[in-house]
Design a protein around this ligand. Structure first.
Ligand SMILES: *Cc1c(COP(=O)(O)O)cnc(C)c1O
Length: 399
């Protein structure tokens, strides 16, 4: 029988080799695309053992899932058709009618919309909590920390849901505190690790129960598929898979093939994203045309201390304020290398104005309250030559 248990010591080796079938199928070095919806019947004893694409058990799925589990320090992983399929299925697997979720105050737009528009129809409610400054060192007397989280807790709270780095302000909160709080109150803790990636941070190692990803971003890393993943204990991931058999968010084998191919370079890509992200953040922080930079790798950033403690790198995601919407528009028109587009985590540097994209649906007052003003530019720093990129930014910012 083919087994998918191969694993090595380091992440850089595991992104290339972990989970590869033994013996290799037909001797193929690279996982082929198993573009077959159904498979010969064997000795299946239960419905979910039948081999069929929606059940996520083709060889294309099994290699990728074994590899994803290894790199996130998980027992099991499930690949999904999108990040939102991973997120909505993971949430619905652990919270139901009459139950409640604690959520980080700012969340990815799709997740926030799911909680606002869809979850109430399933009888699910949520309360936002602030993850920063749990020890009250900001003169807040702990009003944002475990005391405040406890106040938001209800008897029917089941899940706590957070992100490792938030969009578009790149906030990093007290994630260790959240994992401990979840344990203490018997909540399932779920974290979206899309922005940090397992190269920089592995939340299961500090006690989170489940990790979810939009693999559309860094994990695949080439801006050419939509996919997602859920990682955690075998028992919890199996619970998510059982629900996905019915909600149907399974990944196609061709997407699995591209995902596995993209994943092989995750370690070297993130090295470059980390280095260039920090360099661009430092350059912008020292530029007279820039008012403020949000990047957890910068000393003085609100998330710096937490990022330093928990992460080994801070990715290529940053945002900065240019003082006016005119200056922001002018910058977007003048940069030549960055592409003006949504999404993130690919080889090409991307720039976007959150007030005109992800947060267009909110009123200017709401945006101002969140510090997502009209002059804010979000950047996904790609893997282009750093000097050439900095030159381009400098030229676009000069008079
Ligand atoms: C893009 C994104 C998602 C949604 O992923 P899709 O693959 O587009 O469904 C979820 N969380 C974060 C942080 C994202 O950036």
């Amino acid at each position: 029988m083919t087994v998918y248990k191969e694993r090595f010591k380091t992440l850089a080796t595991n992104v290339v080799h972990a989970g590869i079938p033994n013996p290799r199928i037909q001797g193929a070095v690279v996982s082929p695309i198993f573009q077959s919806a159904n498979y010969l019947m064997g000795d299946e004893a239960a419905y979910d053992e039948i081999r069929y694409l929606r059940l996520s058990n083709s060889p294309s799925h099994l290699t990728l899932q074994a590899r994803l589990a290894v790199i996130e320090s998980a027992e099991q992983a499930l690949v999904t058709s999108s990040g939102m399929a991973a997120i909505s299925t993971a949430l619905l697997a652990f919270v139901g009618n009459g139950e409640h979720v604690l959520t980080q105050k700012t969340l990815y737009g799709g997740t926030q919309s799911f909680l606002d528009q869809d979850a109430p129809r399933f009888g699910i409610s949520y309360s936002p909590i602030d993850l920063n400054d749990s020890n009250g060192s900001n003169g807040s007397n702990g009003s944002n920390g475990p005391d405040a989280w406890s106040e938001a807790l209800r008897p029917e709270t089941r899940v706590i849901y957070v992100e490792s780095i938030t969009n578009p302000l790149m906030e990093v909160g007290d994630l260790k505190g959240i994992a401990a709080f979840a344990r203490e109150h018997s909540l399932i803790s779920i974290i979206d690790n899309t922005f940090a990636t397992p190269v920089n941070f592995r939340p299961l190692e500090i006690g989170f129960d489940l990790v979810v990803h939009s693999a559309t971003k860094y994990l695949n890393g080439h801006s050419d598929i939509v996919a997602g993943a859920v990682m955690g204990s075998a028992e919890k991931v199996e619970k998510v898979r059982q629900l996905m058999l019915h909600t149907g968010g399974s990944a196609d084998p061709h997407a699995c093939f591209l995902f596995e191919r993209g994943l092989k370079t995750l370690a070297i890509r993130m090295q470059r994203h980390n280095r260039s992200g920090l360099a661009v953040a430092e350059f912008l922080a020292g530029h007279p045309a820039v008012e403020k930079v949000n990047y957890p790798g910068l000393e003085g950033d609100s998330g710096y201390a937490y990022a330093r403690e928990l992460f080994t790198g801070t990715s290529g995601m940053l945002s900065f304020y240019l003082g006016s919407s005119e200056a922001a528009e002018r910058f977007l028109e003048r940069v030549r290398i960055p592409v003006h587009a949504a999404s993130l985590g690919g080889p090409e540097t991307l720039v976007v104005r959150p007030a005109r994209s992800s947060h267009l649906g909110q009123t200017p007052e709401e945006r101002a309250r969140l510090a997502i003003t009209d002059d804010l530019i979000r950047t996904s720093v790609g893997i282009e030559d750093l000097d050439e990129l900095l030159e381009d930014f400098d030229r676009a910012l000069s008079d």
